[in-house]
Design a protein around this ligand. Structure first.
Ligand code: NAD
Length: 257
């Protein structure tokens, strides 16, 4: 299966899941546009590495997904958008009564509203090209809740709702919109939490992961960024042409509990 000739924009893709999705889409032949809010040599080097290894065109475009105008400018600057992966996201953990209002605003802006802005610019491009895929990276928290994550859970439920509306507005066109709902994924950020958890609970790595970090993930295994990327490649494939307006959980059984 090849995505050659398609251009994919992946928001928030200089690390973690976004970078994993960019790699898998490029391995499937798509030209990829990486993004984050920084403009460092290492950001551009990531795109160069993908281009060199996969033989696709890969670029890095700086844009701050907390700002609607920059979200729109990212898609415009890319010049083409056959596959849009809305992935940028941040987290903050606190009770509602103590949750800083500016953190709430930032999480809603980056994790949810950015997808509205990028989709608004991408859909006319997809319509002109006669093909398109919108893939929103939601979360198990788009389908279930946890305490102390009010903004994150609200934003992730919101992006699942936006996914459904996008699907209905494009239902009669060769465009689909779906959300991937990962459980706990082993990203550099999560990897960095493992030593602290081991220390705090006096556990070895294996026990800290299975008994503390993955209490809600019945498989007791992290999902990988390659698996999330592979799911995005599937959603971009012809086999998924009639899958639209839905969620695909990659969560080791979390939402089955
Ligand atoms: P991460 O911190 O490695 O990646 C987040 C990405 O978003 C980074 O590239 C970061 O630079 C970018 N970003 C943050 N603020 C931005 C901004 N203002 N503008 C542009 N880019 C910005 O974390 P991750 O785990 O890879 O998370 C990626 C997505 O996956 C998020 O939406 C997250 O909610 C979701 N998710 C993660 C997990 C998990 O266990 N890691 C589980 C479910 C869902």
């Amino acid at each position: 299966m090849t995505l050659s000739g398609k251009t994919a924009i992946i928001t928030g893709s200089n690390s973690g899941i976004g970078l994993g999705v960019a790699w898998e889409l490029a391995r499937a032949g798509a030209d990829v546009v990486l993004n984050s809010f920084t403009d460092r040599d290492e950001d551009h080097a990531l795109a160069e590495e993908i281009a060199a290894e996969t033989g696709t065109k890969a670029r890095y475009i700086k844009a701050d997904m907390s700002k609607g105008a920059e979200c729109r400018a990212l898609v415009e600057q890319a010049g083409a958008c056959d596959i849009l992966v809305n992935n940028a996201g941040i987290q903050h953990v606190a009770g509602i009564d103590e949750f800083p209002a500016e953190k709430w605003d930032a999480i809603i802006a980056i994790n949810m509203s950015s997808a509205f802005h990028t989709t608004a610019v991408a859909l006319p491009m997809m319509r002109a090209a006669g093909w398109g895929r919108v893939i929103n990276i939601a979360s198990a928290h788009g389908l279930t809740a946890s305490p102390f994550k009010s903004a994150y859970v609200a934003a992730k439920h919101g992006i699942v709702g936006l996914t459904k509306v996008t699907a209905l507005e494009t239902a009669e066109e060769p465009i689909t919109a779906n959300a991937i709902c990962p459980g706990y994924v082993l990203t550099p950020l999560v990897e960095a939490q493992i030593p602290d958890t081991m220390k705090k609970y006096g556990m070895d790595r294996e026990t800290a992961i299975k008994e503390v970090m993955l209490t809600r993930q019945p498989s007791k295994e992290f999902a990988t960024t390659e698996q999330i990327g592979g799911t995005a490649v599937f959603l971009a494939s012809d086999a998924a042409a009639q899958i639209t307006g839905t969620t695909i959980s990659v969560d080791g059984g979390w939402t089955a509990l």
